[in-house]
Design a protein around this ligand. Structure first.
Ligand SMILES: Nc1ncnc2c1ncn2[C@@H]1O[C@H](COP(=O)(O)OP(=O)(O)O)[C@@H](O)[C@H]1O
Ligand SMILES: [Mg+2]
Length: 417
């Protein structure tokens, strides 16, 4: 067993600190032969870590390029971002740059240097150059020269969200046009070329696209979901994380850790291991199953560690209100999560009632269905078909939610188990 894995909390896990994911990585390489891929998982499940792993260890003759497009807010910026990143790869850039000079020349533009800032100005000023043509030219030049390229686009939904917001401010329809353009690029690829896109982002993407009636614009992409670790992998992962700190742990401790956090989400494992190490040092106590319980209840769920989980709460406000800014939906989502955190499992009908109360309606099965599938898709909740009810996907998240938002009604649930 290697003992080189160091703790990573927040930034993507890289190199020796990246654990497992062999199966999904193999699946990605295999499926890229046939189509582009949408790599879907909630935040913090390890998408970016997987993407960087693909970038750093390419297979099957692909040359990967990684683009972080989180802050991109227009199609124009998207194309510029692609050009900027491609410029960094001198091999590819040297083959295609003369094509750019010709392109601008043909459009009646004089451009001496291919600098992003000057292209940006040209795009803004020149009436005859628009992002669609520039993008098309870029893809054309690339595919003439490179036969196997993988464009990894991280944080795609964040970009789409910003584009939609910008459209709303300006009363434009650019996001739809962009999605159509992007789809066409994928579907009109020459036979002998494999320029593939690996688009990563949280599951909200479908929710966002649904709001602008554009779901069909990504249906050519193969969707691969990134899940938590298996229980066996989780055990090895925990052992390796402790081994790097030269702390040995026995089966009782391992069992206690897994029992407390529930579903082994990599990030949550990292946080609890770190908390155990830190608190054992601070309190000068050795790690035992009882100590795991104490740290879990008194520290991990408490205010010191709040920042690690807060985005699960904030995210609702940011994404669930939708483009119409419906605050009621956010309130309903919170009530539903709070109710389940108190009762651990709640029948669907009961949650529907909560939803109707919070959204001030007497009937809206469709809206409720949509909200529940969003909560399910983002791994807040899981559906229990046997008794038509919902429970939290992650025990840790349930306990955390209960601790911070279920307090007013804590007579309805005993102490956190
Ligand atoms: N394969 C992995 N090995 C080790 N830690 C991981 C792995 N995947 C995720 N993590 C943990 O989860 C955190 C979030 O990972 P990241 O790749 O940024 O997720 P995402 O892009 O889905 O938000 C990392 O900081 C790390 O603590
Ligand atoms: Mg990420």
């Amino acid at each position: 067993m290697s003992n080189k894995i160091r703790l990573t909390q927040g930034p993507p896990a890289k190199g020796d600190d990246f654990f497992d994911r062999e199966k999904v990585i193999q699946e990605i390489w295999d499926r890229l032969e046939c189509s582009s891929i949408l790599l879907a998982a909630p935040r913090r499940f390890g998408k970016t870590s997987i993407m960087l792993q693909l970038r750093d260890n390419p297979k099957n003759g692909f040359t990967p390029l990684f683009f972080d497009i989180e802050h991109v807010e227009s199609p124009e910026e998207f194309i510029l971002e692609l050009i900027g990143e491609i410029q960094k790869n001198k091999d590819i850039w040297n083959k295609i740059k003369s094509g750019f000079f010709s392109f601008f020349k043909a459009a009646g533009e004089r451009i001496e240097e291919i600098e992003i800032s000057s292209i940006r100005i040209k795009l803004r000023e020149a009436k005859d150059v628009d992002w669609k043509d520039l993008g098309k030219q870029l893809i054309k030049l690339i595919t003439e020269n490179e036969k196997r390229l993988l464009f990894i686009l991280d944080e795609f939904p964040e970009m789409i969200k910003l584009m939609i917001e910008r459209d709303r401010e300006r009363n434009t329809d650019e996001t739809k046009i962009f999605l159509g353009w992007f789809r066409k690029i994928r579907l009109t690829m020459p036979e002998d070329v494999k320029l593939r896109f690996l688009v990563g982002g949280s599951i909200c993407l479908e929710h966002l696209l649904g709001q602008i009636n554009c779901i069909a614009k990504i249906n050519d992409m193969d969707k691969i979901k990134v899940g938590p670790f298996s229980d066996e992998k989780a055990v090895t992962f925990i052992q390796e994380l402790f081994a790097s700190d030269e702390i040995g742990i026995n089966d009782g401790i391992l069992k206690a850790i897994l029992e407390h956090i529930g579903t082994p989400i990599p990030y949550f494992i990292q946080i609890i291991v770190k908390a155990l190490q830190t608190e054992s040092r601070n309190l000068k106590r050795s790690i035992t199953p009882e100590f795991v319980k104490e740290v879990y209840e008194n520290y991990l769920l408490g205010t010191d560690y709040k920042s690690f989980f807060r985005h699960y709460y904030l995210r609702l406000k940011e994404y669930y209100a939708g483009i119409d800014g419906k605050k009621d939906i956010v309130a309903a989502a919170k009530s539903i999560l709070t109710e389940i955190s108190i009762l651990e499992k709640v029948p669907k009908t009961q949650l529907y009632q909560l939803y109707l109360d919070d959204t001030h309606q007497s009937r809206d099965a469709e809206g409720f269905g949509e909200l529940m599938s969003l909560l399910e898709n983002e791994f807040y909740l899981e559906y229990v078909p046997e008794d038509e009810s919902y429970r939290f996907f992650s025990k840790l998240l349930m306990d955390w939610w209960y601790r911070h938002f279920g307090m007013l009604k804590n007579d309805r649930r005993g102490k956190v188990k």
